[in-house]
Design a protein. Structure first.
Length: 533
């Protein structure tokens, strides 16, 4: 019997004319690992929310959903709470407690679980997800990635039959994301837990999934196995993992490679057949402007008088007109650095110097913190009464169809675009963007890269904190890593990523030892086309 069966589901949000979901038919079997992908606003999160009654939005709905043969809406609250685990896109939407241990106890306490059993399951979950070292911490001191891990650990204490996850790795660094996905894989393969997830960073998830579902305009546009996606032309290349994308762009036939290992084997065979000469790509022009837009020297910062230093003798000089990407592990201090540079938090030691009378604007990791009005247009008008500037920001950020919507009703990617438009309108010279690509689809990420370039051409300086390695490699002038409270020097993207093993792109891992200096899908395809017989 199917664990979920969706029949002719159509759903329309209040005061909206077009449905968010239209005639969805889908069957999910016990033990399946299903990946749902597609553009921002295509209905992915809305579909997931209908799989758990407690989080289903208000609106007009037609069709039926069955869980384990029973109509979903008739499930007792305790059963759906225990058997259907849900992890939100935005960690702050889910957390209800002030301490880590209290958050993990919240669910089982509300379900009336025996205290001895609860204590045992909490300990098991905390160890499995590696959070025992911060078990006693205040949740307010956790990074976005740590909050997401906590959410999953808290959900698993109740031992659900199904895990529904809405872009769970969007705020995790590459290593933490890999560990998170490995944990999901183990839960799926070792315990038979059904996994249904949406994700924009699909590099690793494709390899774990049994089935890929591509959504567009509220409909299921395609569904197939991961290896078949290379032939599904309706799925844009931007939504495919690197090996599959390269396979598609070189117009190869057969079953597409999905993992880096499969991609390497295919590329070696391709190189043998085409008499490759390993050609080095030219280094992108180094960023040469030496005028600093912002300088920070010997910064020290901690949360609480007796807390550990998050920034420890941290110094940075950011050239004017530069796009600097800062990467690093969850909790390494990246977001804290942006807050200190913006003046939102004050270092207890050290100095910050801005060029001339420059001003900083911060786009926080949780974009919804910027919102306080009932519509997107009101949010923008709060920044300026210049209609021309508002119109330009709306067009640049592709939110022209969202201006009448409540910002809290938007998808994560749409919220990010709205928040970016709001920050752009503040007139600051230095933009500090914390995880700006979270929830954004691959197509708009390309457009975002162009927006950032136009901003730097206007004299803006951009500091980008991100776990999106592929985006940083493609659109940065300089890349630096945060570690142990300090920031390394900035390197060009090719110099930085081609030398790394873990904090690097899938393209670099796929081509190492076969093609030199590769950091992007574009690099791979250009070199392959040069070597075609």
């Amino acid at each position: 019997m199917a664990i979920f069966e969706i029949k002719n589901l159509t759903f329309t949000y209040p005061m909206m004319s077009a449905p968010a979901l239209e005639n969805i038919n889908l069957t999910i079997q016990p033990g399946d690992f299903v990946l749902i992908t597609g553009p921002s606003g295509s209905g992915k999160s809305t579909l997931l929310s209908h799989l758990k009654p407690a989080v289903t939005p208000h609106g007009q709905r037609q069709g039926q959903i069955f869980f384990d043969g029973q109509k979903l809406e008739t499930l007792p609250y305790t059963r759906q709470s225990r058997q259907i685990g849900y992890v939100f896109q935005d960690p702050s939407r889910q957390i209800v407690s002030d301490k880590v241990w209290r958050e993990m106890a919240f669910g089982p306490e509300n379900l009336g679980m025996d205290r001895d059993k609860m204590a045992r399951l909490i300990a098991e979950s905390a160890n499995f997800f590696g959070i025992e070292d911060w078990f006693e911490r205040d949740i307010s001191t956790l990074s976005g990635g740590q909050k997401q891990l906590l959410n999953l650990a808290a959900v698993m204490v109740c031992q659900p039959q199904v895990l529904v996850l809405d872009e769970p790795t969007s705020q995790l660094d590459p290593i933490a994301a890999s560990e998170f996905l490995n944990a999901l894989s183990r839960l799926n393969s070792e315990t038979g837990t059904t996994v249904i997830m949406t994700e924009q960073r699909t590099e690793q998830v494709f390899a774990l999934a049994d089935r890929v579902i591509f959504m567009q305009d509220g409909k299921i546009a395609a569904q197939c196995t991961p290896g078949e996606t290379g032939r599904e032309k309706i799925i844009p290349t931007e939504f495919l993992p690197t090996p599959t994308a390269v396979f598609r762009m070189l117009e190869q036939s057969g079953r597409a490679p999905v993992t880096v290992k499969q991609g390497r084997n295919w590329l070696k065979d391709f190189a043998d057949k085409n008499s490759f000469s390993s050609t080095c790509l030219p280094e992108k022009q180094h960023f040469t402007n030496q005028t600093a837009a912002i300088e920070a020297k010997n910064l020290f910062f901690r949360y609480g008088k007796n807390g550990k230093d998050i920034l420890s003798d941290c110094s940075i000089s950011i050239p004017k007109g530069c796009i600097l990407s800062v990467i690093g592990g969850n909790g390494s201090g990246k977001s804290t650095l942006l807050k200190v540079l913006a003046g939102a938090s004050k270092a207890y030691y050290g100095k910050i110097k801005l060029d001339d009378k420059s001003r900083c604007a911060l786009l926080p990791q949780e974009a919804s913190l910027l919102f306080s009005f009932d519509s997107v247009m009101q949010e923008l008008q709060d920044m300026t009464d210049d209609e021309t500037a508002i119109d330009q920001a709306v067009r640049l950020c592709r939110i022209d169809r969202l201006t009448d919507r409540n910002p809290y009703d938007l998808s994560a990617g749409q919220r990010q675009r709205t928040a970016l438009a709001k920050v752009m309108l503040c007139g600051a010279d230095i933009l500090l963007l914390d995880e700006v690509t979270a929830g954004m689809d691959g197509i708009f990420k390309k457009e975002l890269g162009g927006i950032l370039r136009r901003l730097t051409a206007m004299g803006k300086t951009i500091v980008l904190v991100s776990h999106d390695i592929e985006f940083c490699a493609e659109h940065s002038d300089l890349v630096a890593m945060m570690f142990n409270g300090q920031l390394t020097k900035g390197y060009s993207p090719r110099e930085f990523f081609s030398a790394n093993n873990f904090y690097t792109t899938a393209a670099a891992r796929m081509t190492r030892g076969i093609l030199d200096g590769v950091v992007s899908v574009k690099d791979v395809t250009e070199l392959c086309k040069e070597n075609l017989v």
